[in-house]
Design a binder for this molecule. Structure first.
Ligand SMILES: [Zn+2]
Length: 379
């Protein structure tokens, strides 16, 4: 009796897995099917139940519907990863978009194939969308590059950390030399600050949250999308309640904003950061006295510049496409000629251009681009 019920639950599960087969998740579908069928053939109800629960948990992490929107987002993700994989690095793994109240990235789904024991990894990116329906808001999509940036450095970011550390250590030893004459409580304070800088900035591994990691990802997104990322960052952060909030994972907004302005200067987007600079100035006037010295030490420009330099060096070596002037002019040309953009950078930067030029035509433009692309992508 019990055996029969379990089999029925397996066949229900298999039906769900089968539905994935005609989607970009066909590879996941095959792996899960092998698992469920394999467990069923073992004739061990407890083992079968265990596998079924495991598979169900994986299915629960997928988006509710694998509809047009899902296809579109999966396409944008793939397009980005392809463009990043033209040079030294390879980002060929499947990345699955899911929908949530905020952007984010989740721990990957890891599955070992029952056929050849090969391990497969499926990364998950959360797209900000209250409902997984309707058109995407492409103006918000520069954050997709930020989240994919996390993925990029989780796989290839060790060189960034390796290059950052010597610069970091030099800065820290300079601080130590400066406080060498300190005694008593001044000495203790100086030691505490240098310890805190290390704790906040340096991840114990490149996958752990730390200030460096977040700044690196901002640089990658700005490198890729230029003013479109500046604009997205601005609308996200300029009204933040406490720009000096010190937490472990994310650097204070004021620090991130300064890093973005510095990066923009370096990459030739100086004129696009007026609003950000105005925000920094306003915030700085209100830097709480209580944390002033500590904050200034934690967010010093030497650390920011070191983070920016190692990241732009990484992007250059890894041949991550940069939105430079020729590239930008090419996309402006596409938009002006009413050509439907195809690559993710063209789509997201194109949306930014259209919105900047005329907000009133943006909605129609976007709906048209979305529909045209979905029709092209659909199997
Ligand atoms: Zn982030």
């Amino acid at each position: 009796m019990r055996r029969k019920r379990l089999s029925r639950s397996s066949s229900h599960l298999l039906e769900k897995i089968e539905n994935l087969h005609s989607t970009p998740l066909y590879q996941l579908s095959d792996l899960l099917k092998d698992l469920v069928v394999g467990a069923q053939m073992q004739g061990d109800p407890a083992g079968e139940q265990k596998i079924n629960t495991y598979v169900q948990n994986i299915l629960d992490r997928l988006p509710h519907r694998l509809d047009d929107r899902f296809l579109f987002d999966a396409y944008l993700i793939q397009s980005t990863l392809n463009s990043w994989s033209q040079g030294e690095i390879r980002l060929s793994n499947m990345v699955i978009p899911t929908y949530s109240i905020d952007w984010g990235h989740e721990p990957p789904i890891l599955i070992q194939s029952v056929r050849n024991s090969q391990k497969h990894r499926f990364d998950i990116i959360r797209i900000r969308s209250n409902e997984q329906e309707g058109n995407p808001d492409l103006i918000d999509y520069p954050w997709l590059f930020h989240e994919l940036g996390h993925l990029l450095i989780s796989k290839h970011g060790q060189t960034i950390l390796d290059r950052f550390l010597p610069k970091f250590n030099t800065l820290i030893s300079r601080l130590k030399i400066r406080s060498i004459a300190d005694t008593g409580s001044a000495k203790i304070k100086a030691d505490m600050i240098t310890e805190e800088i290390s704790a906040r900035w340096i991840p114990s591994s490149i996958n752990d949250p730390a200030w460096l990691r977040e700044l690196v990802v901002d640089v990658i997104a700005l490198w890729s999308l230029g003013p479109a990322y500046i604009e997205a960052f601005e609308s996200e952060h300029t009204n933040v309640s406490d720009p000096f909030l010190i937490e472990q994972g994310h650097p204070p907004v004021e620090l991130r904003t300064r890093a973005l302005v510095e990066t923009a200067n370096k990459l030739g987007w100086k004129n696009e950061t007026q609003k950000l600079k105005a925000s920094i100035k306003l915030w700085r006037d209100d830097l709480p006295q209580l944390i002033r010295n500590r904050y200034i030490s934690l967010s010093q420009i030497g650390l920011i510049n070191a983070a920016i330099n190692v990241t732009t060096d990484f992007c250059t070596t890894a041949k991550i496409p940069r939105l430079d002037t020729p590239q930008m002019e090419r996309i402006i040309g596409l938009i002006n000629d009413n050509i439907v953009p195809e690559e993710s950078v063209e789509i997201i930067f194109g949306a930014f251009l259209v919105y900047e030029k005329d907000e009133t035509i943006y909605e129609n433009w976007e709906a048209n681009i979305y529909q045209t692309l979905v029709n092209e992508i659909k199997p």
